[in-house]
Design a protein around this ligand. Structure first.
Ligand code: ADP
Ligand code: MG
Length: 163
Protein backbone atom coordinates (compact mmCIF):
# COMPACT_ATOMS: atom_id res chain seq x y z
CA UNK A 1 0.00 0.00 0.00
CA UNK A 2 1.27 3.47 -0.82
CA UNK A 3 1.53 5.99 1.94
CA UNK A 4 2.40 9.65 2.09
CA UNK A 5 5.88 10.44 3.36
CA UNK A 6 6.05 10.08 7.12
CA UNK A 7 7.18 12.96 9.23
CA UNK A 8 8.47 10.72 11.97
CA UNK A 9 10.81 7.74 12.33
CA UNK A 10 11.29 4.90 11.64
CA UNK A 11 11.89 4.40 7.93
CA UNK A 12 14.49 1.68 8.18
CA UNK A 13 12.36 -0.89 9.93
CA UNK A 14 9.45 -0.65 7.51
CA UNK A 15 10.19 -3.30 4.95
CA UNK A 16 9.78 -2.05 1.39
CA UNK A 17 6.58 -0.02 1.85
CA UNK A 18 6.59 2.52 -0.98
CA UNK A 19 6.05 6.23 -0.30
CA UNK A 20 4.37 8.51 -2.77
CA UNK A 21 5.80 12.04 -2.91
CA UNK A 22 4.04 14.81 -4.82
CA UNK A 23 6.80 17.43 -4.92
CA UNK A 24 10.61 17.64 -4.61
CA UNK A 25 10.53 18.93 -1.05
CA UNK A 26 8.64 15.83 0.15
CA UNK A 27 11.34 13.70 -1.46
CA UNK A 28 14.04 15.79 0.22
CA UNK A 29 12.23 15.44 3.54
CA UNK A 30 12.20 11.66 3.19
CA UNK A 31 15.97 11.75 2.63
CA UNK A 32 16.44 13.99 5.65
CA UNK A 33 14.42 11.66 7.90
CA UNK A 34 16.42 8.63 6.74
CA UNK A 35 19.73 10.43 7.40
CA UNK A 36 18.73 11.32 10.93
CA UNK A 37 17.68 7.74 11.52
CA UNK A 38 21.04 6.43 10.25
CA UNK A 39 22.90 8.76 12.63
CA UNK A 40 21.13 6.95 15.49
CA UNK A 41 22.01 3.40 14.38
CA UNK A 42 24.51 1.19 16.18
CA UNK A 43 28.08 1.20 14.82
CA UNK A 44 28.74 -1.33 12.05
CA UNK A 45 31.82 -3.23 10.90
CA UNK A 46 31.79 -1.43 7.57
CA UNK A 47 30.34 1.70 5.95
CA UNK A 48 26.62 2.45 5.94
CA UNK A 49 25.81 1.87 2.26
CA UNK A 50 22.76 3.06 0.32
CA UNK A 51 22.07 1.90 -3.24
CA UNK A 52 19.75 4.19 -5.23
CA UNK A 53 18.22 2.85 -8.42
CA UNK A 54 15.37 3.61 -10.80
CA UNK A 55 14.17 6.08 -13.39
CA UNK A 56 16.15 9.03 -14.74
CA UNK A 57 14.56 12.08 -13.10
CA UNK A 58 13.13 9.76 -10.46
CA UNK A 59 14.47 11.93 -7.64
CA UNK A 60 17.68 10.18 -6.54
CA UNK A 61 19.76 13.37 -6.45
CA UNK A 62 16.85 15.33 -4.95
CA UNK A 63 16.52 12.70 -2.19
CA UNK A 64 20.26 12.96 -1.47
CA UNK A 65 19.97 16.75 -1.11
CA UNK A 66 17.65 16.19 1.83
CA UNK A 67 19.78 13.29 3.04
CA UNK A 68 22.90 15.49 3.15
CA UNK A 69 20.94 18.17 5.01
CA UNK A 70 19.92 15.53 7.56
CA UNK A 71 23.61 14.68 8.03
CA UNK A 72 24.30 18.37 8.77
CA UNK A 73 26.10 19.01 5.46
CA UNK A 74 25.83 22.61 4.30
CA UNK A 75 27.27 22.24 0.78
CA UNK A 76 24.97 21.72 -2.22
CA UNK A 77 24.47 18.22 -3.56
CA UNK A 78 24.51 18.32 -7.37
CA UNK A 79 24.26 15.73 -10.11
CA UNK A 80 27.94 14.99 -10.60
CA UNK A 81 28.48 15.24 -14.36
CA UNK A 82 32.17 14.52 -14.55
CA UNK A 83 32.92 13.80 -10.91
CA UNK A 84 32.00 10.24 -10.07
CA UNK A 85 32.80 10.39 -6.35
CA UNK A 86 32.29 13.41 -4.15
CA UNK A 87 33.32 13.40 -0.48
CA UNK A 88 31.79 15.58 2.26
CA UNK A 89 32.79 15.87 5.93
CA UNK A 90 30.26 15.02 8.63
CA UNK A 91 30.68 16.40 12.12
CA UNK A 92 29.27 13.52 14.15
CA UNK A 93 30.82 11.29 16.80
CA UNK A 94 30.07 8.11 14.83
CA UNK A 95 30.49 9.20 11.21
CA UNK A 96 33.18 11.34 9.55
CA UNK A 97 32.44 11.30 5.82
CA UNK A 98 29.59 11.18 3.37
CA UNK A 99 30.43 9.90 -0.12
CA UNK A 100 28.08 10.70 -2.99
CA UNK A 101 28.80 8.35 -5.88
CA UNK A 102 27.09 8.49 -9.29
CA UNK A 103 27.47 5.48 -11.59
CA UNK A 104 25.48 6.99 -14.49
CA UNK A 105 28.59 7.15 -16.66
CA UNK A 106 30.07 3.87 -15.46
CA UNK A 107 30.32 1.02 -17.94
CA UNK A 108 32.05 -1.57 -15.76
CA UNK A 109 32.24 -2.01 -11.96
CA UNK A 110 36.04 -2.02 -12.35
CA UNK A 111 35.95 1.73 -13.04
CA UNK A 112 34.53 2.26 -9.53
CA UNK A 113 36.89 -0.29 -7.95
CA UNK A 114 39.83 1.63 -9.45
CA UNK A 115 38.64 4.72 -7.56
CA UNK A 116 39.01 2.93 -4.21
CA UNK A 117 35.39 1.84 -3.75
CA UNK A 118 36.27 -1.26 -1.68
CA UNK A 119 38.15 0.80 0.88
CA UNK A 120 35.47 3.51 1.02
CA UNK A 121 32.77 0.95 1.86
CA UNK A 122 34.94 -0.84 4.41
CA UNK A 123 35.32 2.10 6.81
CA UNK A 124 32.64 2.23 9.56
CA UNK A 125 32.90 6.04 9.81
CA UNK A 126 31.66 6.42 6.21
CA UNK A 127 28.12 6.82 4.93
CA UNK A 128 28.04 6.06 1.20
CA UNK A 129 25.17 6.71 -1.22
CA UNK A 130 25.45 5.35 -4.77
CA UNK A 131 23.18 6.59 -7.56
CA UNK A 132 22.58 4.07 -10.39
CA UNK A 133 23.90 1.42 -8.00
CA UNK A 134 22.25 -1.32 -10.10
CA UNK A 135 25.14 -0.77 -12.55
CA UNK A 136 27.60 -2.01 -9.93
CA UNK A 137 25.21 -4.40 -8.12
CA UNK A 138 27.76 -7.21 -7.85
CA UNK A 139 30.24 -5.08 -5.91
CA UNK A 140 27.66 -3.55 -3.54
CA UNK A 141 27.79 -5.14 -0.08
CA UNK A 142 25.15 -7.60 1.11
CA UNK A 143 23.85 -5.22 3.77
CA UNK A 144 23.14 -2.39 1.33
CA UNK A 145 19.91 -0.48 1.92
CA UNK A 146 18.29 -0.33 -1.54
CA UNK A 147 16.09 2.63 -2.47
CA UNK A 148 14.04 2.47 -5.66
CA UNK A 149 12.71 5.57 -7.43
CA UNK A 150 9.84 5.42 -9.86
CA UNK A 151 8.69 8.34 -12.03
CA UNK A 152 4.87 8.33 -11.92
CA UNK A 153 4.13 11.70 -13.54
CA UNK A 154 5.53 15.26 -13.61
CA UNK A 155 5.46 15.66 -9.82
CA UNK A 156 4.73 12.22 -8.40
CA UNK A 157 7.43 9.76 -7.46
CA UNK A 158 7.17 6.35 -5.81
CA UNK A 159 10.04 5.64 -3.44
CA UNK A 160 10.64 2.29 -1.75
CA UNK A 161 13.28 1.52 0.87
CA UNK A 162 14.39 -2.10 1.19
CA UNK A 163 16.96 -3.83 3.36
P1 ADP B 1 17.65 11.48 -10.63
O1 ADP B 1 18.86 11.81 -9.81
O2 ADP B 1 16.90 10.27 -10.13
O3 ADP B 1 17.94 11.37 -12.10
P2 ADP B 1 16.84 14.17 -9.95
O4 ADP B 1 16.64 14.25 -8.48
O5 ADP B 1 18.11 14.72 -10.51
O6 ADP B 1 16.60 12.66 -10.45
O7 ADP B 1 15.67 14.92 -10.70
C1 ADP B 1 14.34 14.87 -10.31
C2 ADP B 1 13.63 16.01 -11.00
O8 ADP B 1 12.22 15.87 -10.84
C3 ADP B 1 14.01 17.35 -10.40
O9 ADP B 1 14.06 18.30 -11.41
C4 ADP B 1 12.87 17.62 -9.43
O10 ADP B 1 12.65 19.01 -9.22
C5 ADP B 1 11.69 17.00 -10.17
N1 ADP B 1 10.59 16.52 -9.29
C6 ADP B 1 9.29 16.79 -9.44
N2 ADP B 1 8.55 16.16 -8.53
C7 ADP B 1 9.41 15.47 -7.74
C8 ADP B 1 9.24 14.63 -6.61
N3 ADP B 1 8.04 14.32 -6.09
N4 ADP B 1 10.36 14.11 -6.06
C9 ADP B 1 11.58 14.38 -6.56
N5 ADP B 1 11.81 15.15 -7.63
C10 ADP B 1 10.73 15.70 -8.22
MG1 MG C 1 20.93 11.94 -10.21
Amino acid sequence: MDSNPPTTLPLLSEEGAPYLTVNPSQTRKLGEILAKEILKTKPRKDAFLLGLEGDLGGGKTTFLQGFAKGLGIKQKILSPTFLIIKKFSIFNFKFSNFYHIDCYRIEKPKEILDLGFKEIISIPQNIVAVEWADRIRKIMSKNTIWITFQFINKNKRKIAIKK
